[in-house]
Design a protein around this ligand. Structure first.
Ligand SMILES: Nc1ncnc2c1ncn2[C@@H]1O[C@H](COP(=O)(O)OP(=O)(O)O)[C@@H](O)[C@H]1O
Ligand SMILES: [Mg+2]
Length: 268
């Protein structure tokens, strides 16, 4: 059975400033859920709250039916892996060493590496197509290779849920599609429940089972790309007029912006 990750009426913020207000999200089990929304709308805060790196001030996050707040660090890390936005490039580490860091939650007493840790690392390298450069240093890789190495690291954690914050940002189009195809295969071939943040609405439409639109810390809409990616919803969220057409080859919604942003959106 694929893993489940559910946020139920979650509120969260920083010090006294609330960011997320009454957010309920149910990641598609064994599928791909894409979070979209304007800068500052709370996407990263939501992902961190789902990963329990950030405590909700109200509401609950549930992993496989269990309150995530009650799970200890290692127990949670065996169920859920999270790749933050723009992770720094580690100097002097090989790809295999980086991916090995994904095993920390599984190591035995004294942090000993066991045979199944090596198997998990080999599997993660294989799935992400990084085996061929496992011995190279991470800082000498291209952007796309490096991003796949990072994803291999969180995959080595062998969790049922994977959360990725903007895994395609700063990649050229080819590498973006490469990472998105990898994400799709993690759900389709390995039954992993994936939640990720993307900026490109057309890529969200092409790769998501479920799209969640965040606006000013609340869920403006959630559902299939067809249900959610309408001109009215996008215009409300981004303050920009958008014409939505069916992609000529796939039939998926395709957003064509036109005109000028509304003044309020330009200010944020
Ligand atoms: N560590 C932090 N401390 C205080 N405020 C923060 C912090 N991180 C984010 N915020 C604020 O929370 C809001 C949502 O930010 P974020 O979740 O990063 O949005 P997004 O990922 O959608 O761009 C913004 O107003 C941002 O300034
Ligand atoms: Mg963010």
């Amino acid at each position: 059975m694929p893993s489940t990750l559910v946020a139920d009426s979650v509120h969260a913020g920083y010090d006294s400033a609330p960011v997320l207000r009454d957010v309920s999200v149910d990641l598609t089990p064994g599928g791909v859920t894409v979070l979209v929304g304007p800068n500052g709308s709370g996407k990263s805060t939501l992902l961190r709250t789902l990963a329990r790196l950030h405590d909700p001030t109200a509401g609950a996050v549930t992993v496989d039916g269990e309150d995530a707040g009650r799970l200890r660090g290692r127990e949670l890390a065996r169920r859920l892996a999270f790749l933050p936005q723009g992770s720094p490039i580690p100097a002097g580490l090989t790809v295999r060493e980086l991916v090995g860091h994904g095993r920390y939650a599984h190591r035995g007493a004294l942090g000993r590496v066991r045979a199944h840790d090596h198997d998990a690392v080999d599997w993660a390298l294989e799935v992400t197509g990084t085996t061929a450069f496992a011995g190279r240093h991470v800082d000498g890789l291209s952007g796309g290779e490096r991003q796949r190495a990072w994803i291999a690291m969180v995959l080595a954690q062998q969790t049922g849920v994977l959360l990725l914050d903007e895994p395609t940002t700063y990649l050229d189009l080819r590498y973006q599609v490469e990472v998105l195809a990898l994400v799709r295969s993690l759900a389709d071939e390995h039954g992993i429940t994936v939640g990720l943040v993307l900026h490109d609405l057309n890529q969200a439409a092409a790769y998501a089972d479920q799209v969640v639109v965040l606006s000013d810390g609340t869920v403006l809409a959630s559902g299939t790309p067809d249900q959610v990616l309408t001109g009215a919803t996008i215009e409300t969220a981004f303050g920009l007029p958008v014409h939505v057409v069916a992609h000529p080859l796939t039939g998926r919604p395709t957003c064509l912006p036109y005109g000028s942003p509304a003044p309020a959106a330009m200010a944020s």
